[in-house]
Design a protein around this ligand. Structure first.
Ligand SMILES: C[S@@+](CC[C@H](N)C(=O)[O-])C[C@H]1O[C@@H](n2cnc3c(N)ncnc32)[C@H](O)[C@@H]1O
Length: 315
C-alpha cells in the first residue's frame, strides 16, 4: 500500500510513503504519517496566511491578471465598492485631464498592473502614453489587449464610459482605437530601485507632463520612508508645474487577489499629505470615499477605511 502526502510549495514536494518499504512497525509508521499530515496542514495554512510582497508578484499563480480583472477590477470584494472604485477612477481621470490644468505630450502611469484604464482617458490629451508595470504577466496582459488578442481582457464597458463622458459623437470603438495608437511603451518598473524605469526609455520623451498612479504605492512601499522615496522619484519624472494624479487607500493593511493576500502600507491622510509636501507637491484637489467598516468582514478582500484620489502640482 502507498500513501501519498502532498506538501505545499512552501514546505516541499510530494512525499510518497509506503508502509512496507518504510521498514517501520505499523504503529510507528502510522504515527509518522499523522505527523506528516499535521505538518502539511500547518504549511498549507501558513502559505495561505503569508502576506505577499515584492517578487511574489512575479508569479501568475499568485497575482493572476485574469483573476484581478475578472473580480471586477479593482473591487476588493466590498459591497458597493466595485462601482465606486472603477466609476470614480474613470470620472476622476476624465475630470482632472479635461480641466485643462495640465498640458503637454507625455503621460506616465506607474504601475498600471494589467489595466489600461488610465490610457483610455489620457489618450485624448497626450500624444505619448507610457504604461509601466512590475510583474511580467501584467505587462503581457496589456500587450495582449494592444494586439487585439482573442483572450485579452474586454475593456469595452470602460471605453464606453469614457466615450459617454467625452460626448461629441465619441464611441467606445474610437476611444479604444485612439488608446492603442497613443500607448508608446509598456515597460518594466520597480519603484524600489534608484532608477525605477529605464532611463533610455524615458529620455526618448523628456520630462513628463502628468504622472498617474493608482493603488500601487501602498503595494510597493514596505515602510513610510519607502513611500516618501517613491513620491520623490515620481516628482523627478515631472516637469515643474506638471501634475501628479494619485489614487490610493487610507489605512489599508492588505488586499487579496484570488485568495492570495498582498501587503499594503497602512497610512492615514495626514501622513500622505505630509509626504506629498515633503516631495515638493501642492495638493489642489482631494477626493475621499469612505467605506462602512461594518461591510469589512474576515472574508473581505481588503481592509481600507477610505479610497482617495488626489490632484497635486509639482512646485
Ligand atoms: C493593486 S495593483 C494596482 C494595479 C493598477 N495600478 C490598478 O489600478 O489596477 C498593485 C500593483 O503594484 C505593483 N507593484 C508591486 N510591487 C511593486 C514595485 N516594487 N514596483 C512597482 N510596482 C509594484 C504590482 O505589480 C501591481 O500591479
Amino acid at each position: 500500500m502507498s500513501i501519498f502526502i502532498i506538501q505545499s510549495a512552501e514546505c516541499g514536494a510530494w512525499l510518497p510513503v509506503d508502509a512496507k518499504r518504510s521498514g517501520l512497525p505499523s504503529g510507528e509508521f502510522f504515527s509518522s504519517v499523522a505527523k506528516s499530515v499535521k505538518k502539511f496542514l500547518f504549511c498549507g495554512m501558513a502559505a495561505a496566511d503569508k502576506v505577499l510582497f515584492g517578487r511574489d508578484y512575479f508569479s501568475d499563480d499568485v497575482f493572476d491578471p485574469k483573476t484581478y480583472l475578472d473580480a471586477g477590477w479593482p473591487g476588493c470584494g466590498l459591497e458597493g465598492a466595485v462601482p465606486l472604485f472603477d466609476e470614480r477612477m474613470i470620472q476622476f481621470l476624465h475630470k482632472a485631464l479635461a480641466s485643462g490644468r495640465f498640458h503637454g505630450d507625455n503621460f506616465l502611469d506607474v504601475c498600471s498592473g494589467p489595466s489600461i484604464h488610465s490610457a483610455l482617458s489620457a489618450s485624448k490629451y497626450f500624444r505619448n502614453v507610457l504604461l509601466t508595470e512590475y510583474a511580467p504577466q501584467n505587462r503581457a496582459a496589456i500587450e495582449a489587449w494592444l494586439a487585439n488578442a482573442a483572450d485579452a481582457h474586454d475593456w469595452s464597458s470602460f471605453s464606453k464610459s469614457v466615450a459617454d463622458l467625452e460626448g461629441k459623437g465619441m464611441t467606445s470603438h474610437l476611444v479604444e482605437q485612439r488608446t492603442r495608437e497613443a500607448i508608446r511603451e509598456v515597460v518594466f518598473c520597480d519603484l524600489n530601485q534608484d532608477e525605477p524605469i529605464d532611463q533610455k526609455v524615458l529620455s526618448k520623451y523628456g520630462a513628463m507632463d502628468v504622472v498617474y498612479s493608482s493603488l500601487t504605492l501602498e503595494a510597493a512601499a514596505e515602510t513610510s520612508a519607502d513611500y516618501s522615496r517613491i513620491l520623490a522619484k515620481l516628482a523627478n519624472y515631472l516637469r515643474q508645474g506638471g501634475g501628479l494624479l494619485l489614487c490610493g487607500t487610507y489605512n489599508q493593511s492588505f488586499y487579496s487577489v484570488g485568495g492570495h493576500k498582498f501587503h499594503s502600507l497602512s497610512q492615514d491622510e495626514a501622513t500622505i499629505r505630509r509626504q506629498l509636501d515633503g516631495a515638493g507637491f501642492s495638493v489642489v484637489e482631494h477626493l475621499a470615499y469612505s467605506f462602512d467598516p461594518n461591510t469589512i468582514t474576515a472574508e473581505s478582500a481588503c481592509d481600507l477605511s477610505k479610497y482617495f484620489c488626489i490632484v497635486a502640482v509639482k512646485n
